[in-house]
Ligand binder design. Sequence first.
Ligand SMILES: Cc1cc2nc3c(=O)[nH]c(=O)nc-3n(C[C@H](O)[C@H](O)[C@H](O)COP(=O)(O)OP(=O)(O)OC[C@H]3O[C@@H](n4cnc5c(N)ncnc54)[C@H](O)[C@@H]3O)c2cc1C
Length: 327
Amino acid sequence: MSLESTYHVQIRATAYSRDHNMRILNTMAARAIPLVPRSLIRKISRRYIAGETLFDARARIDVLHAAGFRTTVDVLGETASSSDQAESMARDYLNLVQELGVENEPTELSIKLTALGLHLDESACVTRVSMILRAAALQGISACIDMENISCTQKTLDAFLKLEADGYPVGIALQSYLVRTNDDIVPLQARKSRMRICKGIYAEANEHLVNGASKDRAAINAHFVRHVTSAIEAGSFVGIATHDADLIDTLTDWLERERIDRSRFEFQMLLGVCEPLRDALLAQGFNVRVYVPYGHDWYGYSTRRIKENPRIAGYILAAMLRSPLAR
Ligand SMILES: Cc1cc2nc3c(=O)[nH]c(=O)nc-3n(C[C@H](O)[C@H](O)[C@H](O)COP(=O)(O)OP(=O)(O)OC[C@H]3O[C@@H](n4cnc5c(N)ncnc54)[C@H](O)[C@@H]3O)c2cc1C
């Protein structure tokens, strides 16, 4: 074996062992979350969630807009278990639109279809979303349909295609960790649909994932780059939703090399995550949109995310250790 290949084997072995140790730590942290006092989760989640009320959201959005960011606003909510619950969520979005529309700012809505009844009655869900999008469009506000777990993927695509065909200004999130995205993106590119490309947050079975492995970061990133570049080349507007600095470097290199106009894409990041990276992109003149979740379901949102992706438990655990509140 040459010196070079021995060196590569050693690097891979070290990286494997580091990833393996991180996974064990993160899984332990995820299991420990129910033991963490609710008050502490609440304090930590303040960084990631704008607050419980429309007033809280408005205040956070104003600060972001004043700093030059765009926003996309998500009303936190559980999967609707009754049509009343879905209707209540639709009303929350309509109130949000009314509040946002007053000054017609650089904002959009992020919408989870399950909160609007996707699993109860697809057609009623689409009717509710249409109502929200119509009200939003009147105020010059667009929307993005979030992508949820694999049980929702096809229904979400179907609903999106209908809403888009009806002429609403709407985009859809696609997950680069899913094999099926390779096919799902093709008709969307042909239509120049507006897209958000993200890695994907849910704990899916390996059979659905690229390379059949849940933690194959290199494969997920390669797909991410391919989806972003091919969608932009096809003429879609693309939201590049990641905090992964290497991935962002690779994409900014490509975007600059190909002289892609900055009006054809934007970077997107979650509220409270990797703020220095977000600020640096803005300072370089890129458009950056911040995902702003708010609502009463802050605990459900936080703990669900932690259970769905133990990796995030590691972030929360680190925040707990850093936070004076944890001491
Ligand atoms: C605007 C936006 C919209 C999204 N919409 C969807 C969606 O519709 N459907 C979906 O499945 N997923 C969605 N996601 C989540 C996404 O799929 C990833 O799970 C998440 O962004 C983490 O992956 P990453 O690309 O940042 O890369 P990673 O490699 O996971 O993370 C890169 C670095 O970012 C930091 N980081 C990442 N997440 C956090 C966090 N929560 N707290 C603190 N630090 C963090 C860490 O330092 C990490 O090392 C969205 C993400 C963003 C930014």
